[in-house]
Design a protein around this ligand. Structure first.
Ligand SMILES: [Zn+2]
Length: 235
């Protein structure tokens, strides 16, 4: 695909909390944004129930939603994401939200945005009830709408280096080289200050901190029927 084609492509990322986008797949989002793609990020919640309240703590439950929204907006700037939406679901309650209404909201977005790629959590491998719930609803929306977009599940660290541990094969996994985008990813980590202040490595001199970030981000194919030969690109 030439760069002109890529510039008109769109990604819809539907996640649960401010920081999911940066910590899990920030390098990939920065890469595609830098290629001119339009990325719309949905954060189902404002992350107001996060256990980390700054270090030393300076936030409380009342001040946290606005602080985390501001941090997410800064992280989006670091990554090149220009569109940010909230579903305004209370943090840690996505799994108790009416599933049909959640599916309807994501379906409406898919129709409105007409994305080429949809990113979300795997409904079983999401690692947190909010992640699994938003992933399940987004997967259902993707399938029910029958939209042409390709669905991928974001995955943690390099766990999918060994997909057979999760019942998948290497053909199910897209491996994106994000080495050139790690500075943007690190900046996004630092933008989520109240969540990362306690992680000393994030605040090491850039060179040392960058060495802690992996070169690759891994995605699981969500539409397994789609045969895709290039396993190093989401498009
Ligand atoms: Zn999360």
């Amino acid at each position: 695909m030439n760069s002109l084609d890529k510039a008109t492509r769109k990604i819809l990322a539907v996640f649960a909390h401010p920081d999911d986008e940066s910590f899990i797949c920030g390098g990939t989002l920065a890469k595609y944004a830098s290629e001119g793609m339009e990325i719309t990020l949905v954060s189902a919640t404002r992350g107001e129930m996060g256990r980390r309240m700054g270090n030393p703590p300076y936030l409380n439950r009342e001040s946290m939603p606005a602080a985390r929204e501001l941090e997410l907006r800064q992280a989006c700037t670091c990554l090149g994401i220009r569109k940010l939406l909230f579903f305004d679901i209370r943090d840690k309650t996505v799994e108790f939200t009416d599933e049909e209404s959640l599916i309807a909201r994501v379906s409406a977005l898919i129709h409105e945005i007409d994305p080429d790629v949809v990113l979300t959590f795997h409904e079983k491998l999401g690692g947190h009830p909010d992640h699994c719930a938003i992933g399940k609803a987004t997967t259902a929306a993707s399938r029910r709408t029958g939209h042409r977009s390709t669905l991928y599940f974001i995955t943690f660290g390099d766990a999918m280096k060994h997909p057979e541990r999760f019942g998948y094969t290497h053909k199910d996994v897209i491996k994106i080289d994000v080495q050139a985008y790690l500075e943007a990813k690190l900046a996004a980590f630092r933008a989520h200050r109240c969540q990362t202040e306690i992680d000393e490595w994030v605040w090491l001199p850039d060179k040392e901190a960058l060495e802690r970030l992996g070169q690759y981000e891994y995605f699981l194919k969500g539409n397994t029927a789609a045969s895709k030969l290039d396993l190093h690109d989401l498009f």
